[in-house]
Design a protein around this ligand. Sequence first.
Ligand code: SF4
Ligand code: SF4
Length: 370
Amino acid sequence: MTTIPVNPGPVLLADLTELVATLRGDGYSVIAPTVRGDAVVLAEIDTAAQLPYGFGTEVEPGGYRVTPVDDRLAFTHVASPQSWKAYLHPSRERLWSADRDAEGFTITPDESVEPPRAFVGVRPCDLRAIGVLDRVLEGGERYRRRRDNVFIVAVNCTEPGSTCFCVSAGGGPRAESGFDLALTELPDGRLVAETGTPAGAELLRRLRTQAPAADTVDQADRLVESAATRMGRALPEGNLRDVLAATRESAHWDDVASRCLTCGNCTMACPTCFCTTVTDSTDLTGDHAERWQQWDSCFDIDFARIHGDEVRTSAPARYRQWISHKLGTWHDQFGESGCVGCGRCVAWCPVGIDITAEAAKLADEYTQEH
Ligand code: SF4
Ligand code: SF4
């Protein structure tokens, strides 16, 4: 038996058409960025032609726009409105149903089987976010079943958006681990590919590739290194866990709350927010009941309802909970930050609240007092 090396070194991939077709031929449902309406969204594609060729994105706090660009590149957009979380940890799913019978109730767990999926175009920030979800949710059988069936094609970032800050969030525009295949798209459309797993190496072996010239690999490396220096914004330096713990009574929380609508958009868009709630329902006869799980948000008044009372009734308390967990106590729970710097919460906040700016104000206050 021939052993395929995990990483035989970078190669030039002939094209994405063959990659998508081969993944589909292997039985994967290929999920990738594609233009729908006025956004680059993640959806199933049949061919590589459905990738967002000729479209870029412009983002700002509270703003997102798809713009035509004069190139034939597939991956010039920033993080899409939804994240891969939608496929690994769906926004709504039935957990079980129950039916009355002669003996009482029969409970039937929902064990619907989903197709294996290939995620094509996973940005390095989102790769880290999948790693965060793995640590939190891997004990769950549903999550594990979906996750085990995913093949990941990462795409290194060469054009960060104005809301991106992965570097200051402890990551970077290069995919370091957690992928089967990683691509860097060069300005002329050529693709430098590297493998991260035996499955990635095996796939690459079946695609048309050629050895790249040394300066081509250097060019790809330089593009990614340059992206790291062109982040649109940054979290403040220092220990944010300490900052947030020490500024619990800051007047700044009222300032944020005067702008925050507590709509929860930030938590829905965030690729690492994982909270859920369950709802039970029965039909009118009482013979059939179902339990559904759906995403929940710490901005929802009912989220912190305990024994008939809410413990976080005010908007300042709810925003403080979100950012303090995300950037602070997440470290205590999971040994890392809950923010990967994708910028989605900044772009998709309807009033443009920017987590980096709010953290910076609190960090300034902390520095003045310590
Ligand atoms: S920070 Fe923005 S997105 Fe988040 S709850 Fe407040 S208004 Fe909504
Ligand atoms: S907190 Fe904001 S920037 Fe950080 S991972 Fe979540 S959506 Fe992305």
